[in-house]
Design a protein around this ligand. Structure first.
Ligand code: FE
Length: 165
């Protein structure tokens, strides 16, 4: 029988891989709570690409480095790809080196946390506060001033460049 301590950090990589596949099957849907925008799976499939559906509605994780938004640092806003709610400002984006778009702070009231305690570890999932779409996870190893690292799937985000002139 594994204890939490014994299982700990040494097995982090394997545990993470297992947890990703497990999370996809144990969450029936992100919309376990009530959100301002609620759709059935079929309705979401009509408005999302298969990649977006897998992440936003099925807690999938895009391949690291696959999103062009990972290396985007232009001024603008990052909106929810499902419901268009503004979630993050480019002012809070930083290069985490993980291959996923990363921010140290979301916009006020834009995202909500869900504790994911499956498989001996606690990760905090981050979802859109308006549609419940899964965005990624937040960790406490981020830069100043918040010390938080919002590790987002680029496929869950839509970049809106700041209007110039
Ligand atoms: Fe949303």
């Amino acid at each position: 029988m594994f204890t939490r301590r014994a299982f700990g950090r040494a097995s982090f990589g394997a545990a993470t891989a297992l947890l990703i596949s497990r999370a996809a099957s144990t969450h029936a849907d992100t919309a376990e709570g009530k959100f301002a925008i609620m759709k059935t799976e079929d309705e979401w499939k009509k408005v999302l690409t298969p990649e977006q559906f897998n992440v936003l509605r099925k807690h999938g994780t895009e391949r690291a480095g696959s999103s062009p938004l990972d290396k985007t640092y232009d001024p603008g806003m990052y909106n929810c790809a499902a419901c268009d709610l503004p979630l993050f400002s480019s002012d809070t984006k930083f290069n985490s080196g993980t291959g996923w778009p990363s921010f140290f702070k979301p916009l006020d009231n834009a995202v909500g946390p869900t504790s994911d305690r499956s498989f001996f570890m606690t990760r905090t999932e981050v979802h859109c506060s308006r549609c419940g779409g899964h965005l990624g996870h937040v960790f406490d190893d981020g830069p100043k001033p918040t010390g938080q690292r919002y590790c987002m799937n680029g496929v869950s985000l839509k970049f809106v460049p700041k209007a110039t002139g």
